[in-house]
Structure formats: C-alpha cells, structure tokens
Design a binder for this molecule. Sequence first.
Ligand code: ZN
Length: 215
Amino acid sequence: MITKPCDRCERTIEVEDNRAGAKVECPNCGDMNVMPDAPVRTKPAGSTKRPEDLGLPPDAGPEQQVMLVRPALFRSRPISFSLLTVLAATGIVLAAIHLISPNTVPQWLAIVSVLTVLGGGGVIAWWWIQCLSAALEITNKRTVSRNGLFSRSTSEVVHDNIRNVQVDQTFWERIWHVGTVGISSSGQDGIEIQMKKVPKPGELQRTIDLYRSLD
Ligand SMILES: [Zn+2]
C-alpha cells in the first residue's frame, strides 16, 4: 500500500503498490493527487520543458486551471461573418436614412433593410451562443470538455492517460489559425474529446503535451 495525504483536504489516500506515481482522485474531495514513488518519466519527444519554465502551474500539487478554450467566433468563418456584418450595417444605414428622409429610401427598401438586420443579427447571435456553449478546460491534471448551454454534458481525460493529441486543419483553417483538436486516451478506442474551430490549436496541443508523460 502507498499512502499520501490529499493535497486539498489532507485526508489519507491509499492505493496499491502498482499505482506508484499514478494520478489518483481523492475519494473524499475529488482532487487529483500524484502518488509518491513515481517512476522516472519522460516527456514527449521534442518537449523537454517543464510547465514551470513557461510560467504555468506545475504538474504536481493541487489541481489548477491552465487554460480555457472556446471555439473561435470570427476566425472560424471570416468571410461569411464579414459579409453578414456589412449587410447588417448597410441595413441599419438604409433604415436610418428612411426615418430621416422617407423620399430618399422608399418604404419597401427600409422594410427589407430591417429584416436583413434582424436576420443577420440572429445568425451571428446563434454562432455566438454555439461558441459559448462549448468549452475545453485544461488543468495541470486533466482536460475536461463541456458541451451545451443548458443541458451540460462533460467528458474528461486525465493527462497521464492521453495516447495522442491530434490537430486537423484544412487549408483555410491553417491560414486563419483554427483547427479541430482530437484527444484519444489509452483506455478507449477512437477520439474521446474533440473540439472544432479551436483558435491556435497548436498552442493547445503543446500545452497538453507539457503535462503528459509517455511511459
Ligand atoms: Zn481530498
């Protein structure tokens, strides 16, 4: 048996010997704890940096948030977003001109303008809500994915169990620095956590790699 006081609540955690160095959830408070007598760990190839070197929370110790990522609103659809914004702005201007001098802009055009503003604003609001309803929280122990604004579904992967973090980008996504991030863990087949339209996906991938150990 290996024992250790919990980092947060200080209650003793007991695990079998073969879980030396493993991250264990405290049965009392749920905090993630690294058990002692850890075997020597090697970081992923090319990354010899420790999180502390970059001013990020250390791998050991209590769980802390490292970054919170939401899908990009503008960069994931720059052209349609710009077009809608220009259309809506034109609509506002035309409707305003109609109010000031009804002869310059006829009523039918003013009505079309107002409808355009409402429609364009509605679509942008819908995109915005979609961005707000998805989040990827990276702590020094795990990655948690939350989906849904009202009914929340969450899934999480402990960083030590991550098998692969992959970034997929189309040609345009590469230009706009967005992409799809997929995380697969050693416990499951296929991709366990996925988020599309992630801003700067490479940065996210490197951050998770800092906290992964490839045993
Ligand atoms: Zn605890």
